[in-house]
Each structure stands twice: as C-alpha cells, then as structure tokens.
Write a protein that binds this ligand. Structure first.
Ligand SMILES: [Mg+2]
Length: 347
C-alpha cells in the first residue's frame, strides 16, 4: 500500500530581496512566501512554495493560507497525487500560486516516496538549462553595475524590467545594461506598463541603436493581448505573453490564435498539470515557451527547474528567483554555476 499523508504544514516565510526588486507594478524589499510541506506517514515529505507577486497585488499570503486550509488531504494515499492535485485546484484554484505550491508538494512527496526524482518523473530529458538574470527597473548606473557583475558571473541573457511610464529612462537603462554587458542578449519585460503605440515606438528606438534585444515580454495590459501581433509586426521584436497567459485557458486562446510568439509559463500561474497541458498545446502551433518564476527560494524553485530540465520543452529559461532572494542554506536538488542550473548527480 502506498504511504498516506499525515499532515500538510503551512509555514509563512519572509525572504529579503538581495536588492529591491522593481517593476512597472511597484517594488519590494521582502518576498512574503508560504512554504507548503506534505508529510507522509513513512517520514517522507514533499515541498512546495507560494510567493506573493507584484503582478497580482490582490493575492496575499493570507489568501494562500486560507485557500489551502480548506483542502483536507490527511489520510489520503500519496499514490493518488495527481487526482488529489485536481481536488486541490478545484478547491483552491482561485489562488493559483497556493494551489500550485500544494500540487508541487504532493508530486514531490509522491516521487520521493517512489525513490524517483521529480526531474526523472518529468522525463529526465536534460540535466541542465541556462537561465537569464533579471535586472530591475533601477536607475541606469545601478542597472549597469548589476549587469557588469552578471556578465562576470557568466550570464549571457539579461531580462531588463521596464516601466513604460518613463520611456527615456527605460531606454537609458537598457543602454547602460548593454554597455556593461555587451555580449549579453537582452529580454525586455514591460509588465503591462506600455500602450500599444508606446511599445512599438520603444521597439524602433531599440532597433535604431542596434541593441541585441531578443524578446519583449508583456508590453501592454493583460486584456490587450490581441495587440501583441501588431507590436511584433511593427516593432519587429517577438512578444512574450506573461500576465496575459495566467491560466491554461488564457494560454490556449493565445496559442490557438497565434497571438504571441512566446508564452511565459510559470507553475505559480497554472500549476504542473496546467504547464504540461500548455506544453502539449504549444507543440501543435510551434509557439515557443519560456519558463519563469515568482520570488521563490531555491527549494521553491526546484519543481520549475525539474520541469524545465525534465521536459526540455522550454526555449527560454528565466529561473533566477533563488539568486534574487536571500534564503537560508538547505538541501537543494540542483546547483547553480553562473547561469547554468544543473540537476545534482545523486538526483
Ligand atoms: Mg514577466
């Protein structure tokens, strides 16, 4: 018989950011996270983590906690982890980060109880992926310093946060980052801050300066995803849907209508089953996928690293939260060298 769930533990956790994290949505110095631990009767446990996000200001840790307290899993066999996860999403799905954290904890406990790594369970395709590093919407001098350090550490992809409200300052930041890390490819993240026209104008300023910009993420507000293709066509930079692709049905619509070249998949938005469904759908139309994160610790980031390596389904990897927060040391299933995230050998 498969081991039963003894308890689900919810532990509030405040992680200081290494530097203030600044986007078009606002800024934060501390990340308010919730650790979710599924304890099995045989002593095995599984781990998941929910993190508040600036992008979803009405999703607070108290909401995560309340939503998960409504899910009763005690006494259930862990072998049914996938079915139990469906129940979690039915009960707590209004708070996706919370539902995803419990889903991850269930799958982690399940795979550990079977002696299989989550990475293997996802397919074990590759042992490592290369991540970008995020440069916040800081003043150009600060952004330049951070980019120089990142380049020295070996990062070759930098995601630069833009506000859209002050396009000159945005451009100065991008220029400073490029000067400091001339070999790095740049991804821009507008976090919904631009208008359609403003985004197209910004793209042409980027092109005039021959900046090595590879992607422009979520330039316009969530509901304006129909404008992505026009921004791509006129701006000549591929657009990534992030806030516009929060749920699986959002992603399905964007993929079907081929409204964006890339979709940013985050477990905190759609969970594991949702991510696997988006991977399946994206293959049909050739939509490329990015995998992103919120502000999880290294332990909280593991399911995303395992998914990225295990499926090999993501063209763009943005799994850097463990480098942006200060989290106490603890056992982690992957290691980080420069931008390289590798599944540990024993895993
Ligand atoms: Mg984003």
């Amino acid at each position: 018989m498969s081991p039963r769930i003894a308890a689900v533990e919810l532990i509030p956790w405040n992680l200081p950011m290494r530097r203030p994290f600044v986007t078009a949505h606002g800024s934060k110095k501390v990340s308010h996270n919730l650790r979710v631990v599924v304890h099995l009767e045989n002593g095995t446990h599984g781990y998941g983590e929910a993190s508040e996000s600036l992008a979803w200001p009405d999703e607070k840790r108290a909401d995560f906690t309340r939503a998960l307290l409504n899910v009763n899993l005690a006494g259930k066999e862990i072998q049914a982890a996938r079915r139990l996860s469906e129940k979690v999403w039915q009960t707590a799905g209004r708070h996706p980060a919370a539902a995803a954290a419990l889903e991850c904890a269930l799958l982690d406990a399940y795979t550990r109880s079977r002696g299989v790594s989550l990475w293997k369970w996802f397919g074990g395709k590759k042992r490592s992926v290369t991540t970008s590093l995020t440069i916040s919407a800081w003043p150009p001098r600060v952004a330049g310093q951070a980019a120089r350090q990142a380049a020295r550490r070996g990062f070759r992809r930098l995601k630069v946060k833009l506000t859209g409200k002050a396009p000159d300052a945005d451009l100065d930041r991008v220029l400073a980052v490029h000067r400091a890390a001339p070999k790095a490819m740049l991804w821009l993240d507008g976090n919904q801050g631009f208008t359609r026209e403003g985004a197209i104008r910004f793209c042409s300023r980027v092109r005039e300066r021959r900046l090595p910009v590879e992607l422009f993420e979520q330039p316009v507000p969530r509901g304006e995803w129909r404008g992505f293709r026009e921004i791509e066509r006129q701006g000549k930079i591929p657009v990534v849907a992030d806030e516009s692709a929060r749920t699986v049905s959002d992603a399905r619509r964007i993929i079907r209508k081929q409204a964006a070249s890339v979709i940013n998949v985050k477990l905190a938005k759609c969970g594991v089953a949702g991510a696997l469904e988006i991977i399946r759908l994206a293959k049909k139309t050739g939509t490329r996928l990015m995998i992103g994160c919120m502000a999880e610790s290294a332990a909280g980031l593991w399911p995303s690293v395992a998914l990225a390596c295990g499926t090999g389904a993501f063209h763009y990897i943005d799994l850097d939260s463990h480098l942006l927060v200060i989290s106490p040391p603890g056992p982690i299933d992957f290691e980080t060298r420069g931008g390289r995230l590798s599944v540990k050998n024993r895993t």
